[in-house]
Design a protein around this ligand. Structure first.
Ligand code: FMN
Length: 228
């Protein structure tokens, strides 16, 4: 009988240990399912600038700034980039268009843009932005597709139409090979001489990659310290 109760107690111990171990392995499965989520969260927190001290500075920087995102887009890449930037910064957004719309036909647009560049033309533009409204902003994210190794001419018109003195202008571009913007940044400096053009910090994304680049765009904004 004594022997029998010893066997029972050993069996009970085995059952209890088994239950505990099964419980643990269940938990560890849970943990591994959650791991990617935790990793993502960690990346979000650390990717802007690795140190918690600068995180504080970044949110201070974002709060201290009044941000406008201005862009021109023909086939839509800059439209996507501009909206991600506006969302990431909490800034306002304004689209610049040519009063006389560019043709739907791509080749015709390429020809017209070439002529405008050669003629040093200033196409008339529309932009929902008054001079008084622009005065409220200190930082302008400025987006355009590279056209003929340069700014599209409507953006020359835009830069000449407003007073950018004292503002910080941060370029973001899309291209199909002219990844450094060609002459665009130099021309921006001449068109807005009293602004600080942050041409060393620009974002450049090849047209075909834009659709899958939302995170890159947000990380760029965040790395500059402008996330809301
Ligand atoms: C008129 C025109 C001229 C262009 N010139 C250039 C160029 O000189 N270099 C370049 O890399 N891409 C050039 N591209 C390609 C655009 O920069 C690229 O497709 C960009 O992603 C378009 O942005 P969007 O969709 O916002 O218009 C040109 C496109 C057009 C329509």
């Amino acid at each position: 009988m004594k022997h029998f109760s010893k066997i029972i107690s050993i069996l009970l111990t085995i059952i209890i240990i088994g239950t505990v171990l099964t419980g643990c392995s269940g938990k560890s499965n849970e943990t591994s399912t959650q791991a990617p989520v935790q990793t993502d969260t960690q990346n979000e927190t650390t990717s802007p600038s690795e140190a918690s001290g600068s995180e504080q500075n970044e949110s201070d920087a974002a709060e201290d700034h009044k941000i406008l995102v201005v862009y021109f887009s023909y086939t839509g890449h800059l439209d996507s980039m501009a909206h991600w930037i506006a969302d990431e910064t909490g800034g306002d957004i304004v689209r610049v268009t040519a009063k006389e719309a560019y043709p739907d036909d791509y080749d015709e647009t390429v020809d017209r843009a070439k002529k405008e560049r050669d003629d040093n033309a200033r196409p008339e533009i529309t932009a929902d932005l008054t001079e008084e409204k622009l005065a409220e902003y200190d930082t302008v994210f400025f987006g355009f597709p590279v056209w003929w190794y340069d700014l599209p001419m409507p953006m020359w018109t835009f830069l000449e139409s407003y007073d950018f003195s004292g503002k910080t202008i941060i370029p973001f571009i899309s291209h199909e090979g002219t990844s450094n913007g060609g002459s665009a940044f130099q021309n921006m400096k001449e068109l807005a001489p009293d602004a600080e053009i942050r041409s060393d910090d620009y974002l450049s994304i090849r047209g075909g990659r834009v659709d899958s680049s939302e995170q890159d765009v947000r990380s760029w904004v965040s790395g500059l310290g402008y996330s809301k």
